[in-house]
Design a protein around this ligand. Structure first.
Ligand code: ZN
Ligand code: FE
Length: 255
């Protein structure tokens, strides 16, 4: 499967997946134009649309894509998403014949209550839940929900390529450095990200194992993050508290 991040809107990625025969899947099309342009340029046939959550920067292009080609839309069970052929939830599988692909659906509340991820084909399509070096904001869920969701994503194989829906890596990294200033893997990743971004390339996808080593929100049980939390609020006594502190500090972080 070819995996292509298409820049869209201000800092979104629409993920385009396709096989060698030209059968394509589009994930989280916040607008239609980048997807239509890539499909035409690469001579691909759109076969399916996958959606992770209801936010307009992930769904805004669906109607125009369906006007271009009638394809099945897989979406969470949420009335705020109008165009859905199949409502999918925890335990469901998305099985496609062209391209041949199978994804397991994971319910991962936190950013929104009905957010889902698709895991399969060596990929994790995780919308706004897991970002490189960060995670999504808690618009609808609780810290305990989001931490549980991130724990589940983090339990996937380390070779999984994480396909996040935003290019937030560099700014997330500036916050991550304030938490773990001595994390050598984090410094190496930020050097890599700077090189990629300076060349106009996406920082994604990224192997999950790289996130294990660098993403503070996946590292709430690591000594460096525990030490940072003791400084931030000495009354924090458990991992949900550490996650909530990280998220609150990131929300307040400006750099
Ligand atoms: Zn969102
Ligand atoms: Fe988003």
């Amino acid at each position: 499967m070819h995996v292509v991040p298409l820049p869209a809107l201000a800092d979104n990625y629409i993920w385009l997946l396709h096989d060698d025969a030209g059968n394509a899947i589009v994930v989280d099309p916040g607008e239609a134009a980048p997807a239509l342009g890539a499909l035409r340029e690469r001579k691909l046939n759109l076969r399916a649309i996958l959606l992770t959550h209801h936010h307009p920067d992930h769904t805004g292009g669906v109607a125009e894509l369906l006007a271009y080609r009638q394809v099945p839309v897989y979406a969470p069970n949420d009335e705020r998403i109008a165009d859905a052929t199949y409502r999918v939830n925890e335990g469901d599988s998305v099985v496609l014949e062209s391209p041949v692909a199978r994804f397991e659906v994971l319910a991962i509340p936190g950013h929104t209550t009905t957010h889902i991820a698709y895991a399969g084909e060596g990929l994790l399509l995780c919308g706004d839940t897991l970002f490189s070096l960060g995670c999504g904001r808690l618009f609808e869920g609780t810290p305990a929900q989001m931490l549980n969701s991130l724990d589940r994503l983090s339990a996937l194989p380390g070779t999984t390529l994480v396909c996040c829906a935003h290019e937030y890596t560099a700014s997330n990294g500036r916050f991550a450095l304030t938490v773990e200033p001595d994390n050598a893997a984090l410094h190496a990743r930020l050097d890599q990200v700077a090189t990629l971004r300076d060349a106009g390339k996406p920082s994604l996808p990224i192997a999950l194992s790289a996130e294990w080593a660098t993403n503070p929100f996946l590292r709430v049980d690591q000594a460096g993050v525990i030490a940072w939390c003791k400084q931030y609020d000495p009354s924090i006594h458990d991992r949900v508290g550490r996650f909530a502190a990280l998220r609150a500090a990131k929300d307040a972080f400006r750099a």
